[in-house]
Design a protein around this ligand. Structure first.
Ligand code: FAD
Length: 317
């Protein structure tokens, strides 16, 4: 079922959902099931599976020379979605990136998804590979998420890349990313907003936000969306702080602010166990407020570790 229909059917009740990473190459699918099982009691109508682009690794040969080799560490997003749908009878939402795909490969992946009964896709540009200093589109691939949205919206209208294709219409519900505190490459919030609006105008039907720790950022973002004619559901993406190192790593990786009150509470902790408790408590309060504000879904970035999310869900749902 489409995420927009799950939200409609919930009739203003806030839903619970989460995302996880596909298995590392060589690991079994059981690890994914172990990360899902503890969270099923909260009835997620959908579970997201992230996509990881290829990166380069250096292989050393016997003669000492290094060879640069492209390598995908977690190659099975779509298959992981199919396994989740098969086992849990919930919708699984694959993330699909511009980076790492030609347009042709994108289209073929989407046809596979349609045949597997996948109804929703989250379309993203993707970040730069670790080995690159900025995002480099794949030759003959898409450069921005809006182009990917347009591609899927065309398929939903029965328009494929090549004119001689039969024109069976796909029926994907399209989601995109939004940044309450601005995407880090954008010169300002308004420019970023213009690009977000473009994604919605091209056919995006829901937005999932980057994580944030101050609900005022989400409220202002929703308000700005509504006053700019963006009327699709805006799903807050959430992750609790679970270690003191994250006071540095989260702002560095995700370009977000951690409120002073939360920062000071974490700095005052005597142990990492205490940090986790403070982070979870903060998130429970944030979630209760988001529910009261009418957030359609609380969507957790679990990174494959269900325990903190479980504690939060127990405190909120
Ligand atoms: P875009 O919407 O294309 O925007 C990228 C930047 O370009 C922004 O600064 C925007 O303002 C600017 N821009 C957009 N259009 C134009 C234009 N026409 N001209 C000039 N500038 C423009 N990454 C992964 O690798 N795998 C994942 O599974 C994944 N899942 C994510 C899920 C969520 C909910 C979020 C919030 C992020 C996720 N990411 C993931 C990270 C995401 O790929 C990065 O944040 C990436 O840098 C931007 O992706 P985007 O889709 O927002 O890009």
């Amino acid at each position: 079922m489409k995420i927009t229909d799950h939200i409609k059917n919930a009739a203003s009740k806030t839903l619970f959902s989460f995302e996880l990473l596909p298995p590392i190459k060589g690991q079994s699918i059981q690890g994914i099931f172990n990360a899902i099982d503890p969270l099923m009691e909260f009835n997620p109508p959908f579970i997201d599976v992230t996509y990881l682009r290829e990166d380069y690794i250096y292989k050393q040969h016997a003669n000492g020379l290094l060879e640069k080799v492209a390598y995908r560490k977690r190659p099975s997003t779509v298959a992981t979605c199919a396994a989740i749908m098969n086992k849990y009878k919930v919708d699984a939402v694959p993330h699909l990136l511009c980076g790492g795909f030609t347009k042709e490969e994108t289209e073929n992946a989407l046809i596979d998804m349609q045949f597997l009964g996948i109804d929703n896709v989250l379309l993203l540009r993707g970040d730069a590979r670790k080995s690159d200093s900025s995002f480099i589109p794949t030759p003959d691939g898409h450069a921005y998420a809006s182009e990917l949205v347009q591609h899927v919206a065309n398929m939903n209208r029965g328009q494929y890349l090549h004119d001689d294709m039969a024109n069976e219409k796909t029926d994907f519900c399209i989601g995109v990313a939004g940044y309450p505190e601005k995407h880090f490459e954008s010169p300002n919030l308004d420019t970023d907003f213009k690009h977000l609006k473009h994604k919605v105008d091209m056919g995006a039907e829901f937005i999932v936000t980057q994580m944030f720790f101050d609900n005022k950022a989400y409220a202002a973002f929703v308000e700005k969306c509504r006053s700019n004619g963006i009327n699709v559901p805006i799903i807050p993406g959430l992750k609790p702080i679970t270690s003191s190192k994250q006071l540095v790593s989260l702002p560095k990786i995700f370009h977000l602010d951690i409120p002073l009150e939360l920062t000071e509470a974490i700095q005052a902790c005597k142990s990492e166990k205490e940090v986790k408790e403070v982070g979870i408590e903060w998130m429970i309060n944030q979630c209760k407020e988001l529910k009261a504000m009418g957030a359609p879904v609380l969507h957790f970035y679990t990174m494959g570790n269900p325990e903190p999310t479980k504690k939060i869900a127990q405190g909120v749902f």
